[in-house]
Design a protein around this ligand. Structure first.
Ligand SMILES: [Zn+2]
Ligand SMILES: [Zn+2]
Ligand SMILES: [Zn+2]
Length: 121
């Protein structure tokens, strides 16, 4: 099972070594040669375990589904980085809290401004 894309729906056959990989990083980790690019890609659906080929030069939205079982295999990849992204969301919440604190500090600034205008006045 691929550790890079946690929800991989297909395996892709590398044209260079005709071995099956879930993603290009799996290929990079196990092979010493660079992954060859091809426009004629061969997939195996993880759901129905059947192989199918796609011409990437004529790739359409309907090609995102397995021709055998209609499994939508082109989906947003769930990666370990995405999990870090969720932590990033927490950081955004922290930023929001900080902003709230800044808003909370606003009245004192207004107070200060009032004081200044009172002194000036
Ligand atoms: Zn290869
Ligand atoms: Zn991988
Ligand atoms: Zn399928």
């Amino acid at each position: 099972m691929c550790k890079h894309i946690l929800n991989a729906q297909v395996s892709i056959r590398a044209p260079c070594c005709t071995q099956w990989f879930d993603c290009s990083e799996c290929h990079a980790e196990t092979q010493s040669h660079p992954l060859a690019r091809t426009t004629d890609m061969t997939f195996i659906c993880k759901k129905c375990k059947k192989a199918f080929r796609k011409d990437m030069t004529a790739y359409e939205e309907s090609d995102e589904y397995c021709p055998h079982c209609d499994n939508h295999y082109v989906i947003e990849a769930k990666t370990p980085q995405a999990a870090i992204g969720i932590e990033g969301e927490d950081a955004r919440i922290d930023a929001r809290l900080l902003r709230d604190q800044r808003i909370r500090s606003d009245p004192s600034r207004t107070l200060l401004r009032q004081e200044i205008s009172e002194r000036l006045g």
